[in-house]
Design a binder for this molecule. Structure first.
Ligand code: FES
Length: 114
């Protein structure tokens, strides 16, 4: 298990991410609701997150993911879809760190249902 730090509007929460698990699935399983309008099938961009540390330990973005990110706001080189980015290996001596784009912070709710 890898500790993942999620920062939303300056507040940081943590959840664990297992090898093979997506950021969206792990966060939701641990009570952190990330928006996911299409249900996690790479058909929207509402699960847009920015991976600011440990990105090299995640799966590479597919063409479909990159196409969806093209429709998202506030995209940069750290941008990933939470439903597509899977942990491939634990980061050496560190954690995965992600932030939610500022425009989307209201979509993150702690303790919300799926
Ligand atoms: S939830 Fe729709 S692309 Fe991730």
């Amino acid at each position: 298990m890898t500790t993942t730090r999620l920062t939303v509007a300056g507040e940081t929460r943590s959840f664990t991410l297992a090898v093979g698990e997506t950021i969206l699935h792990a966060a939701m399983e641990q009570g952190l609701h990330l928006d996911h309008a299409c249900g996690g099938v790479c058909a929207c961009s509402t699960c847009h997150v920015k991976v600011t540390a440990g990105a090299e330990c995640l799966s590479a973005a597919s063409e479909d993911e990159l196409d969806q990110l093209d429709t998202a706001r506030d995209v940069n080189l750290d941008s990933r879809l939470g439903c597509q980015a899977k942990l491939l290996r634990a980061p050496a001596g560190g954690a995965i760190a992600i932030t939610i784009p500022q425009w989307n912070v209201n979509a993150v709710r702690e303790g919300a249902g799926h």
